[in-house]
Write a protein that binds this ligand. Structure first.
Ligand code: BTN
Length: 231
């Protein structure tokens, strides 16, 4: 069971958990109708207008070194399955985006605190639900309503998400099969490499004519790979 804390407005649901993680129980989920300082990966701002689902889930128990990417798999696949319930086919843009026909429908921001081991993981998600105009981002963002034609209650989406997340354990293979990155080419170490897999820790596995590499997600420019996909 998840304790659900709801806000009409908040700076950021991830930041709320970060500030209060000692007092919050494991699996608490914080949801807000809007965020005034929503954050994305690499210090990007996450514009958080009313109409979408902004939420963060706290994990404090039984965490290991592999939990970070394990949870990335669980969250990404839960969103892919959630979208299927609206007849929407999506793909995972490694590491943390969910796209529909190359347009972003969900962004995931997982944050952790380490001391000797991991103290907590915050699993933050922004799911575009009822927004129909993304202004200058119209060519690269979409929503459940735009894709399905349905205006959906945010509470229903939240409950569907929790149902899927709490009742499934997805495998690395599920994540790989639903990822856009496998088979793409990238320059690494002055060699042209093919992405041949993803490890359970979240490393990309690359193969050139001579060598094989295991690289961290921040060691390479993913732009290069995904630009190729967009063209
Ligand atoms: C990204 O695509 O870069 C990740 C975006 C993550 C946005 C969500 S919205 C809920 C949670 N609170 C935040 O401040 N960010 C995440």
């Amino acid at each position: 069971m998840n304790k659900i804390i709801k806000f009409k407005t908040i700076s950021s649901t991830n930041d709320y958990i970060k500030k209060n993680f000692v007092d919050l129980e494991d699996s608490t989920i914080v949801v807000s109708n809007e965020q005034t300082s929503g954050r994305g990966r690499s210090d990007h701002t996450w514009k958080s207008e009313i109409g979408n689902l902004y939420m963060s889930l706290l994990k404090k128990n039984d965490l290991t070194h592999d939990s970070f990417f394990f949870e990335m798999i669980q969250i990404s696949m839960s969103i892919v399955e959630l979208l299927k319930r609206f007849d929407i086919k999506s793909k995972i843009k490694y590491p943390n985006d969910i796209l529909v026909n190359n347009k972003k429908i969900c962004g995931i921001l997982i944050e952790s605190k380490w001391s000797d081991s991991i103290d907590y993981l915050i699993l933050g998600m922004g799911i575009n639900v009822n927004q129909i105009d993304f202004q200058e981002l119209n060519f690269k963002a979409t929503s459940i309503q735009l894709e399905s034609g349905l205006e959906v209650k945010l509470d229903d989406v939240l409950m569907m998400f929790l149902d899927i997340y709490n009742n499934n354990t997805f495998e690395l293979q599920d994540y790989i099969e639903n990822s856009m990155i496998i088979g793409k080419m990238i320059n690494y170490n002055d060699e042209l490499c093919k992405v041949i897999g993803i490890s359970k820790e979240g490393y990309l596995l690359l193969k050139s004519e001579q060598d094989e590499y295991r690289v961290k997600m921040n060691e390479i420019s993913l732009e290069e790979i995904y630009d190729e996909i967009n063209n």
